[in-house]
Design a binder for this molecule. Structure first.
Ligand code: SF4
Length: 400
């Protein structure tokens, strides 16, 4: 359980100076911390909602508004490039609630006219009329947590929806939204190759503009980490992964990040901004922020437990922890994100986003190149297929 730290903790920045000549793009993340039921593999900040009582929607929206207003001075004058309403299951909120949330955001922040507004949804809480209203309120991209189209695997994952509801949800998304993402998982308990293939083929039959395909991993502090299910072995997982890459490439999707595939011009702007070490303001229970200033980069975390967050918002103090990132930690933080991009990143981004000279990572860059994990020319730094396969080893080279 997260300790209830009352005072905001400011940790000291290091003595090494950083200098940002321009601030990176800025996104807004809004966290809705409730789900119908907690899935046994989930380590997100999501809390089971007792369906006998309504989600405290009004109180939570009031708290989000107050949280945003308190944050305004730290992002004054900066334009928002994307909004992501994630969770949890944000689609548990009513259409009027999402409408109010987006209106309050628009009234307080300058949004890019082309702003990407994503809402996460789960098939257990999906009705066509409500999704049309979400669209009318300004949501222009839907991300649906399908995970599988197979009843036995959905049951093993503890999901509240079945295969029929999953298909219905995708049909609704397909009719109401031009841009939608499907989240799928592979290497599920007792899953065989043909079942993985069937899930991916079913997903492709709906022509989603974006697919996020994750390997099931056992995260600490989850039910599955305590009672591990029987998962496919390493070789089976590698076969599934290799087939997924090849099949999606053949279907016209570009694999642009470890787990992300997109049709042309359909990459998720919001997630790209994380991987490109952009800035984000996170509001809501447990939300994280990364905000740059000319000579420091600050990270924040809001109170995690919904009740504590609501209480702290009422006292105008939603931030539980805030610190300036040590300059020594920035190379690793940058590379942890940017190396996830399968097509690499321009060399100049490192200095633009961290405020440090590229020579700060000269030695680990040389080591990674010598080991065949990276290539580099005067324009781009790109992880090789070997570097992508052993990504955590590659990232670890940049730990000081
Ligand atoms: S629906 Fe998603 S966020 Fe909610 S508990 Fe399951 S995995 Fe976690």
């Amino acid at each position: 359980m997260t300790p209830d730290i009352r005072a905001v903790t400011i940790l000291p920045a290091s003595s090494r100076r950083i200098q940002l000549n321009a601030l990176p793009p800025l996104s807004l993340y809004v966290h809705i911390p409730w789900c119908l039921k907690k899935c046994p593999y989930c380590d997100f900040n999501s809390h089971e909602w007792n369906s006998a009582v309504d989600v405290p929607e009004k109180e939570y929206l009031d708290a989000l508004r107050g949280d945003l207003e308190l944050a305004l001075p730290s992002i004054w004058g900066r334009r928002i490039q994307s909004v992501f309403i994630g969770g949890g299951t944000p689609s548990l909120l009513s259409a009027a609630g999402i409408d109010r949330l987006l209106s309050e955001i628009r009234a307080r922040l300058p949004l890019n006219p082309e702003v990407e507004v994503t809402l996460e949804a789960n098939p257990g809480a999906f009705e066509a009329a409500r999704f049309k209203q979400f669209r009318a309120s300004g949501v222009n991209r839907l991300s649906i947590g399908i995970q599988s189209f197979n009843d036995a695997h959905l049951k093993a994952l503890g999901r509240v929806h079945d295969a029929q509801q999953a298909r219905r949800a995708v049909e609704i998304a397909h009719n109401a939204f031009d841009h939608f993402n499907l989240d799928l998982m592979f290497a599920l308990p007792c899953q065989i190759f043909d079942e993985c293939r069937a899930d991916v083929e079913t997903a492709l039959s709906y022509a989603p503009t974006h697919l996020s395909i994750y390997q099931l991993t056992l995260e600490a502090n989850t039910y599955f980490s305590k009672y591990p299910p029987r998962l496919p072995d390493e070789e089976q997982c590698a076969d599934m992964q290799d087939w997924i890459h090849a099949r999606l490439r053949e279907a016209g999707y570009s694999h642009y990040e470890v787990s992300a595939y997109a049709q042309p011009h359909q990459r998720c702007w919001h997630n790209l901004n994380y991987w490109q070490f952009g800035d984000y303001l996170g509001i809501g229970a447990g939300a994280h922020s990364k905000l740059s200033f000319p000579q420091r980069i600050v990270r924040q975390m809001r109170y995690k437990q919904p009740a504590a967050y609501l209480r702290q918002c009422a006292e105008n103090a939603p931030i539980q922890q805030e610190y300036a990132v040590n300059a020594e930690d920035l190379p690793f933080e940058f590379m942890l994100n940017a190396l996830r991009l399968t097509q690499g990143f321009p060399v100049h981004w490192f200095s633009e986003r961290t405020g440090l000279p590229i020579r700060a990572i000269e030695q680990p860059l040389r080591t990674a190149i010598a080991r065949g994990l990276l290539t580099r020319d005067h324009q781009m730094i790109i992880p090789t297929p070997l570097g992508q396969r052993f990504l955590s080893d590659l990232q670890a080279l940049f730990l000081e």
